[in-house]
Design a protein around this ligand. Structure first.
Ligand SMILES: [Fe+2]
Length: 267
């Protein structure tokens, strides 16, 4: 579908919504009706953030008419001062496909004898896709981890997203066949991604970023299972867990960690 066709489709859904959604419906009913129309009208698959959409049913025990604030009983309880490892056991592991993808990527890097920073970057590289925001996930993940890791790790996670879109013969890396399949043959990465690739190539951490790209590329095997505890040590040494717990140390990304703890808070 071209961009023009996608816009035309969105406008048509909006018109249809105006005609078909009853003004007497409750806000929740209107939201449900609109979502149904949008799904029917789309030929492109849309992926909502999964963690904040545990179920449409309210958490048990919540009085009628109240919105959730605080611990969500549908999610595993987290310790008061959570470390990175706790986020992986209590949140990331809820998405087994996602966590296995990252752990497989880290295991490949470790088996090649690559540094702890490369291994850590592999463990973290898709944490935004699994738990926060899909769009521009490399940038979100980098911002999340920046106060706690070496700059090499932050930039590898940030720029891997852009670097994945471009073949790099020096690393024997081709544009992924998977992208061709899911984005279409005519998909062209946005200009900002190309600019990010050009910038990354000039930086001292470029090799680290490309190691994450290369090991990311091969880390899709449904028959392999890697245990999280293999990386417990790296997650405690290469990642600087704050004594107050992630989310409570007033760092620049503390609010993002709190969002992972309480993803379904009303505000
Ligand atoms: Fe990945």
């Amino acid at each position: 579908m071209t961009r023009h066709e996608a816009v035309r489709q969105a406008v048509s859904v909006a018109h249809q919504a105006r005609r078909e959604i009853s003004p007497t419906s409750t806000p929740q009913e209107k939201a449900d009706q609109l979502e149904t129309l949008m799904l029917e009208g789309h030929t492109v698959q849309v992926m909502p953030p999964w963690l904040a959409d545990v179920t449409r049913e309210p958490p048990p025990g919540l009085p009628t008419g109240r919105f959730l604030m605080g611990d969500d009983p549908r999610l595993p309880a987290m310790p008061d001062r959570p470390a990175l490892y706790d986020f992986y056991t209590c949140r990331v592991a809820l998405n087994q496909t996602g966590i296995q993808h990252m752990l497989q990527s880290a295991a490949l890097a470790q088996d090649k004898g690559l540094s702890d920073n490369v291994v850590l970057a592999c463990i973290l590289h898709d944490i935004s896709v699994t738990n926060l925001v899909r769009t521009d996930h490399g940038y979100w993940a980098a911002q999340l981890i920046e106060p706690y890791v070496d700059a090499e790790v932050t930039e590898a996670v940030r720029y891997r997203q852009a670097l994945r879109y471009f073949a790099e013969p020096d690393y024997d890396y081709d544009y992924p066949a998977f992208y061709r399949e899911v984005f279409g043959e005519d998909y062209k990465p946005a200009e900002y991604l190309e600019a990010a690739r050009d910038f990354a190539r000039t930086q001292p951490w470029y090799d680290t970023a490309m190691q994450v790209v290369v090991n990311d590329f091969y880390a899709f095997d449904a028959n392999v299972r890697i245990e999280l505890n293999r990386f417990e040590g790296v997650m405690k040494t290469a990642f600087r867990n704050p004594i107050e717990g992630l989310g409570f140390d007033a760092s620049a990304s503390a609010h993002m960690w709190r969002t992972l703890i309480w993803p379904n808070n009303f505000l």
